[in-house]
Design a protein around this ligand. Structure first.
Ligand code: NAG
Ligand code: NAG
Ligand code: NAG
Length: 602
């Protein structure tokens, strides 16, 4: 304990000399690199030291009210002419960004739109104005609520209410907004206002940010405090990005991953190439155009990239590192084979969660390792009941090593769970009480993970991504992987739908086909038959022209589940797996009636 205290004192002293901070960050990176090259035990030790240092740095920042805006201003001073943002054919330097965000702050204040302490809602797609306004809002001392720009109507209204915002910033005033009882401003107005006002603005810096994300039901607003934001910011640094890297951000900025990208870039003082919306056909051209060296991904992005037609210049790019979450092992292999030797850094962490795991050690497939900085447990989960199993004393039961269990992370001062804005009920829902001992509180991640004998943690499944049919657990990801092995099926979303009179949910898949291909009902049946047990084969197939990507994935799935398999309500072609005919047949109302009445056995 004495040694830890001493180390802590040394760190604080070092950190208090601002000039030494840079040196300090460098040593962090060294420690981490060292950790990677070491055998098991030493690697673990170094990783712990690393986590400890990050913890100290973050605590120091918090104690001194050093915010991401302070960090940004430091960068502006040090490297005013370095490009900060590349968007289409425009380049904005750090100085430009400072000027534009000051103007935006000025504009917001001048029109009496906001005052310090307000919450400003963003309904803006990826564009430089998003970043200027975001910085502006924090410079003024407001909170930002970032809305998913794909949500509509009721959900949108719900989000807005949750955030308690007074002002809404939109890229375009669309229909649903007109009913909203508040101040609405279009970002394009700011372009005009901004070019008029040019005054320096230095305000009190920000309080919190809300990130809305979609799960099942209404989107929830995760509260991102200052502390939390710093933890996100540190991710990029931890991944070993250097000051001359260029980061490509095609994930939405309202998404915590996109935000972690831009704030992490500020922290490192690097350049961001921003894309309005992910496009698999433009991805590599953009990387070449902007000399991108680091990319961010979510699992779907990697799959879409692998599904594009092969090109001779697939490997001519400078990308050396990919940071993200949710890549499947087979996609990962394809990706490397096709696009060259790119280091893939898989992270695990929920927007609202209190735990971040990182694949720092190079263990293939692992997302992280057991550690005491984010104390967590894997507990037995009852899929049918939809809740953790408890023993006779009412406590949860830890799974043995090698078996999947629900990942829960203890809520503590060091790993707080801030919950959802103005939604106590949802916040409570994510908390589990009396987990390992009476009176403790854990955050329920909703993810099933497993841990091997060496302490490496592997992602197994999302709870919502498992459904039960005929007493069996079906992993939607596994089924989707099998379906997309058919070479002309580019995407598959698998989910379970309820059939009245039957227990559990039956499998259904929404798929998209490569252009010019038709659905081969016999071939697909044969493929599924050879790779999947009968209960896991999707009984219904829905063919969509394309599945929407990024950010909205879970929301889209919830929508599909709700729509079910009613041919009279769904415009897309629907197929039914006929196991006597051994093929898929077009789904008709007659078949639906026969299924519902039990005439066709499913
Ligand atoms: C990319 O790199 C090339 C050569 O190194 C350079 O000529 C070009 O200007 C760079 N492009 C950008 C957008 O920085
Ligand atoms: C973990 O990291 C190693 C080395 O950086 C990498 O080869 C591997 O692909 C990563 N695992 C995953 C699942 O991303
Ligand atoms: C399905 O999952 C539950 C909870 O994880 C488990 O108790 C049950 O044994 C599983 N069923 C099968 C058939 O694997």
């Amino acid at each position: 304990m004495g040694k830890v205290l001493l180390l802590r004192i040394i760190c604080v002293v070092v950190l208090n000399a601002p000039r030494l901070r840079f040196f300090y960050h460098r040593s962090l990176k060294k420690i981490l690199n060292h950790a990677k090259s070491q055998p098991q035990f030493t690697s673990l030790l170094f990783y712990f030291i690393y986590l400890f240092f990050v913890h100290i740095v973050v605590s120091h920042y918090i104690q001194n009210n050093y915010t991401i805006v302070d960090c940004f201003l430091e960068r502006v001073k040090k490297q005013p002419n370095k490009p900060f943002l590349l968007f289409k054919d425009e380049t904005f330097t750090y100085q430009d960004a400072d000027r534009l965000s000051n103007q935006a702050a000025r504009a917001l204040l001048q029109n009496g739109l906001v005052k310090q302490g307000d919450t400003v809602t963003f309904f803006v797609t990826n564009e430089p104005m998003f970043v200027w306004l975001w910085l502006a809002v924090f410079k003024i001392g407001c909170s930002a609520a970032l809305l998913n720009t794909n949500i509509r109507s009721k959900s949108l209204l719900h989000c807005f209410k949750c955030s308690g915002a007074q002002v809404l910033l939109v890229a375009e005033v669309a229909q649903p907004f007109q009913r909203f009882p508040m101040k609405i401003c279009e970002t394009c107005d700011f372009v005009n206002v901004i070019s008029l006002a040019c005054l320096k603005w230095r305000g009190n810096y920000f309080v919190t940010s809300y990130n809305f994300f979609s799960g099942t039901g209404f989107p929830k607003a995760a509260v991102i405090s200052h502390t939390k934001l710093w933890r996100f910011v540190m991710i990029l640094r931890s991944c070993g990005l250097k000051s001359d890297d260029v980061l490509y951000v095609s994930l939405p900025l309202y998404h915590s991953a996109g935000l972690a990208g831009v704030t992490g870039a500020i922290d490192l003082g690097i350049t961001v190439a921003l894309k309005r919306k992910f496009s698999s056909s433009q991805f590599w051209d953009d990387c070449r155009k902007y000399n991108v060296t680091a990319i961010q991904y979510i699992g779907e992005i990697m799959r879409f990239l692998c599904n594009t037609p092969k090109k001779p210049n697939d490997r001519s790019h400078k990308v050396r590192i990919a940071i993200g979450n949710g890549i499947r092992a087979n996609v990962w292999r394809d990706f490397l084979n096709r696009f060259g030797n790119i280091q893939i850094l898989e992270l695990y962490g929920a927007t609202e969660g209190n735990i971040i795991l990182m694949n720092y050690s190079g263990k293939i497939g692992a997302v992280g390792r057991d550690n005491f900085f984010f104390p967590f447990a894997l507990i037995k989960y009852d899929v049918e009941q939809g809740k953790p199993l408890r023993d006779s004393t009412g406590l949860c039961i830890q799974v043995p090593k090698g078996e999947p269990g629900l990942l829960v992370a203890e809520i503590s001062v060091r790993a707080p769970f801030l919950g959802y804005a103005r939604d106590l009920q949802q916040t409570e829902k994510k908390k589990l009480h009396d987990v390992l001992k009476k009176g403790d509180v854990f955050f329920n991640t909703g993810d099933l993970m497993l841990i091997d004998k060496d302490g490496f943690v592997y992602f197994h499944d999302r709870i919502g991504d498992t459904f039960r049919w005929k007493g069996e657990n079906v992993s939607t990801n596994e089924v989707a992987d099998v379906i997309t092995q058919v070479d002309y099926i580019t995407e598959a979303t698998v989910y379970g739908v309820e059939v009245p009179g039957n227990e559990g949910r039956i499998g259904m898949a929404a798929i998209a086909l490569k252009d010019g291909h038709t659905f081969d009902s016999e071939g697909v049946f044969k493929h599924l038959e050879s790779f999947l047990p009968a209960y896991a084969r999707p009984r219904f197939i829905r063919i969509q022209s394309s599945l929407d990507v990024t950010g909205t994935f879970k929301l889209m799935k919830a929508g599909l589940v709700k729509e079910g398999f009613n041919p009279s309500a769904i415009p897309d072609p629907l197929y039914f797996l006929d196991d006597r005919e051994k093929k898929f047949v077009p789904l008709t109302m007659d078949i639906v009636h026969a299924v519902l009445s039990g005439k066709i056995k499913i």
